[in-house]
Design a protein around this ligand. Structure first.
Ligand code: CUA
Length: 284
């Protein structure tokens, strides 16, 4: 009776926990979270194909093994059957996996190359800067051009390492949330200010480390529908790693433009105040 009670409380514990996880995982505990990008669809198709292929091979191989164990086992008056290999069969079951692996390697290489191709010319450039323990984003200002960055110029005063001589960077503005219009390609310029962090968005099927001393500029993606997500660092980077996150908001083009214009205006008036204050100091 006591044992039964222990079993019940154990099961309650397991199911209680899985309920909590399921909530965090958008109600889908047993499979990957829903995908939101065009590139993610291709990655998912490979994942699903490999999953079912592996399941099929596992069941087929284990099934044959069990049948043979049973059929050729030792029985009364008859010893177990011994087989000493068959060259024809060896060739068959070696060449089938070779063909499958070659096919998968060629196909996934093509998808990889496609996902890492140059971003489209109309892509929205966003500078992402990782630090212990958070994220900063920098958007191109009214000129639509993001000022160049140089990791050697990163300092307390220049968090993004913006090239001081680049005119395109003068009107750029910063944000603590990543706001993206859906349907538009987004090109990420990724930096880290201290240690290795990771830009990981499971819903976009995107994973890229941010490495100090390097500017990573080959990540671009296109989100297909609106949603709210969390950019959570996925590389153990120190005591505050668990709390290193930033909100991601994918909105319509109109909503994005509204947010963008507000930000551009706020940045312009902040610069005006700054230069006015500097002028005052100079005058005194
Ligand atoms: Cu940054 Cu973990």
């Amino acid at each position: 009776m006591r044992r039964l009670g222990a079993l019940y409380s154990f099961l309650a514990l397991i199911f209680g926990f899985s309920g909590a996880f399921a909530q965090q995982r958008d109600g889908n505990l047993y499979w990957v979270p829903p995908n939101y990008t065009a590139g993610g669809e291709k990655i998912d198709s490979i994942l699903i194909f490999i999953f079912w292929l592996t399941l099929f091979v596992f069941v087929a191989v284990q099934g044959v093994l069990i049948v043979y164990l049973f059929r050729y086992r030792r029985r009364k008056g008859r010893p177990a059957y011994y087989s000493h290999g068959n060259n024809f069969l060896e060739v068959i079951w070696t060449s089938i996996p070779v063909l499958i692996f070659l096919g998968l390697a060629i196909y996934s290489n093509r998808v990889w190359a496609e996902l890492h191709s140059d971003p489209p010319a109309d892509a929205l450039q966003i500078n992402v800067s990782a630090f212990q323990f958070g994220w900063d984003f920098r958007y191109p200002g009214a000129d639509g051009k993001l000022g160049a960055v140089d990791v050697a110029k990163i300092s307390n005063e220049n968090k993004f390492g913006v090239e001081p001589g680049d005119e395109a960077g003068k009107d750029d503005f910063t944000s603590t949330e990543l706001v993206i219009p859906f349907g538009k390609p987004v090109h990420i310029i990724l930096n880290s200010r201290d240690v290795i962090h990771s830009f990981y968005v499971p819903w976009f099927r995107l994973y890229q480390d941010a490495v100090p001393g390097r500017t990573i500029s080959w990540v671009w993606f296109q989100v297909q529908r609106p949603g709210k997500f969390e950019l959570a660092c996925s590389q153990l980077c120190g005591t505050g790693h668990y709390n290193m996150k930033a909100p991601i908001r994918v909105v319509s083009q109109e909503e994005y433009e509204k947010w963008y214009e507000g930000k551009v205006k706020a940045a312009a008036s902040a610069r005006l105040h700054e230069s006015a204050a500097l002028g005052k100091i100079a005058a005194e």
